[in-house]
Design a protein. Structure first.
Lengths: 362, 293
């Protein structure tokens, strides 16, 4: 249905005055791929998206779409459509005119414009609003119109700049689902900028984790989650974040053995460690379970989420640790509990923050 | 005893009372007494006799007054569109965060802080046919000086140029503040929509600042109908009354001929003209807005 095209970002650099915001970024996306730029605010993810759209200039590097270099073209001549965070609908035009405006500007014939607007309105279920103005619509409806305005252009690439951040929690979840369905229907290349890891995990084929002007890791959602390239990715992806415990490491039969501050040992299956001045053991809360035996810890706080319970505890040597228990947990604040660590799922991080993981099976 | 509601309202009233007193005393009372005065034949020494609407009927047959009305409308027609459009384009050009733009914003606004005396002094030196700035320049190229201030066909145009130069700062500032309220992402969406610059102006910028355009037009109408200082100081209404606006007519009748009743009647007519023009614009603008909704 759509022309397929990949995007190729080559050595892109951007600075605002003396402040470097993107440092030598390179990235490729395949046709029909859904890519999410994920990172904390100020990591440059929106800037990168706006560079693809043509709303920011590049200081160095090139951007190609479908084999054509587009970074020197006008925004409208790049074959991209963008959905803005605050929708950016034209307030004085009807929804119909909002959607058709870009097509009128390229002198498309009226019948074709009408056909495309009607089709997009049908897909997005905004037909009843076509003759209203943006001011009469709710946030969710405006969001659909903004998406509709992108769809009618039939672009090579859809760009979404934090499209769900202005919606309330329930609507955000619904819109997220709809976005996933829309994606399947449109079969187009999409790039989503978000600081919400759930959005990135659920929507994207691949996640580009960005931090501190650079790409930290590119990978499939579960890959990012299970094999974070470094300490930043490990701490940013996953909620509650991964536990980091300072350890000393020795070689074991099946992998590295980590010795905690209180002398207790965790046997991991991590192999191929290099020399490092210090090590941290990375443990996701779901891999630290409340049990009858194991590491002794004092409970500082308990969060009951219904289907599971998060236990914030402190080990004998003062290290803080988040553990998981079943939903009907009887753990209380002040209790002394024992934590069973799943060493098979443990990660190790060296002094530079580089991650080491259990080798993949197969 | 007052009910709590009445007491609260009385308290509110006390807050506006000082202004209300000044407003009634200095604006409403003169307006009403002016209306009353226009029905008398009166002079500055207190002698007054009731003449009904005679002052008005005299005015409508007074060629000097009718010429002044014509001059005033001509002047408004020359200045108000210019003062609505030129500052808009200045604002569009200067609506950016560069030092140069800030410098020129200051330059274009600077004329507004001058008093009418200084403005007319400057422009008399520019436009004088005898040794004026423009006369010297065109004289250098061998042309005769243009009688900007003594040709009945040119004098009102000269007044308009002076007035536009003097008054464009405030509308420009109003436009600039309106332009800065327009969300930037709409322009970004327009750029992705391949919008040419003129369509961006007509479809996005102008609709977004339409309230300010209406405000500027109404404000300039009210101001420019009251033209007085420029012709009073430069030409005294001449040549042949060609630059005499209504306010100058009122001034001359009231304070030179001391015919206060007659001047008051002319003032009421000016008041009525300004009121009607303003209301007409307001209704047209609000109806268009209502339809746009």
């Amino acid at each position: 249905m759509n022309r397929v095209s990949a995007i190729d970002i080559r050595n892109v650099t951007k600075a605002y005055g003396p402040t470097l915001v993107l440092d030598d970024i390179s990235l490729k996306a395949e046709a029909n791929e859904f890519i999410a730029f994920l990172g904390p605010s100020g990591c440059g993810k929106s800037t990168l998206l706006r560079m693809i759209a043509g709303l920011e200039t590049l200081d160095a590097g090139e951007i190609h779409i479908g084999g054509r270099r587009i970074d020197e073209r006008e925004p409208g001549a790049r074959g991209v459509a963008m959905v803005f965070q605050h929708y950016a609908l034209y307030p004085h035009m009807t929804i119909r005119d909002n959607m058709g405006f870009g097509l009128k500007n390229i002198r498309m014939n009226k019948a074709e414009i009408d056909r495309r607007v009607a089709e997009a309105a049908r897909i997005l279920e905004i037909e009843p609003f076509l003759d209203k103005k943006p001011g009469q619509l709710s946030g969710g409806q405006k969001q659909r119109v903004a998406i509709g305005r992108a769809i009618v252009k039939n672009p090579d690439i859809f760009l979404f700049d934090e499209p769900l951040s202005n919606l309330d929690a329930a609507l955000r979840m619904r819109t997220r689902l709809e976005l996933a369905q829309l994606r399947r229907r449109l079969n187009a290349t999409m790039i989503l900028v978000t600081h919400d890891q759930v959005e990135a995990m659920t929507l994207a084929d691949r996640i580009v984790v960005m931090h501190d002007k650079k790409i930290q890791q590119v990978g499939a959602p579960m890959d990012i989650y299970a094999r974070p390239a470094n300490r930043f990715v490990a701490s940013f992806v996953g909620s509650p974040p991964m536990n980091f415990l300072p350890v000393s490491v020795s070689e074991g039969a099946n992998g590295a053995v980590a010795t905690l501050g209180d002398g207790s040992k965790v046997t991991t299956r991590v192999k191929g460690l290099t020399d490092s001045a210090s090590w941290e053991l990375g443990l996701r809360p779901e891999h630290v379970r409340v049990s009858d035996q194991g590491l002794a810890a004092k409970v500082e706080f308990v969060e009951r989420l219904g289907e599971r319970t998060l236990v914030y505890a402190r080990l004998g040597d003062g290290t803080a640790l988040t553990a998981e228990d079943e939903g009907l947990s009887r753990v209380k604040m002040g209790d002394t509990i024992y934590l069973k660590v799943d060493g098979d799922a443990a990660h190790l991080f060296d002094a530079d923050g580089k991650g080491y993981h259990t080798p993949e099976v197969g | 005893m007052m009910s709590p509601k009445a007491r609260r309202e009385f308290g509110n009233f006390l807050f506006v009372a000082p202004y209300l007193c000044v407003f009634l005393w200095l604006l409403i009372w003169p307006l009403i007494s002016g209306m009353g005065l226009s029905l008398f034949k009166a002079d500055l020494f207190g002698g007054a006799s009731f003449v009904g609407f005679e002052n008005y009927s005299r005015l409508l047959q007074d060629p000097v007054f009718l010429q002044a009305v014509g001059n005033t409308f001509y002047f408004v027609a020359l200045t108000v569109p210019a003062l609505a459009i030129i500052p808009l384009f200045l604002a569009l050009m200067l609506n950016r965060a560069t030092r140069t733009a800030a410098f020129f914003r200051g330059v274009f606004f600077s004329s507004s802080v001058l008093s009418v005396t200084i403005v007319t002094l400057i422009w008399r030196m520019v436009l004088m046919s005898d040794g004026g700035f423009v006369a010297n320049i065109i004289g250098f190229f061998g042309f005769d000086p243009i009688p900007f201030l003594s040709d009945p066909n040119l004098v009102m145009i000269s007044m308009s140029i002076i007035t536009v130069w003097w008054c464009l700062g405030l509308p420009m500032m109003l436009y600039l503040s309106a332009l800065q309220q327009v969300p930037q992402d709409i322009y970004e969406a327009a750029a992705l929509d391949n919008t040419p610059w003129w369509k961006q102006l007509t479809h996005i910028t102008l609709p977004a600042i339409s309230r300010t355009v209406v405000l500027v037009v109404i404000m300039q109408c009210v101001l420019q109908f009251q033209l007085f200082g420029q012709p009073q100081l430069i030409t005294q209404g001449g040549p042949n009354g060609a630059s005499r606006p209504i306010v100058l007519f009122i001034f001359e009748v009231g304070f030179r001929r001391w015919d206060i009743g007659y001047a008051a009647a002319a003032s009421q007519i000016l008041f009525a003209i300004i009121l009607m023009v303003t209301l007409a614009q307001y209704f047209v603008a609000s109806r268009r807005e209502g339809r746009g909704r």
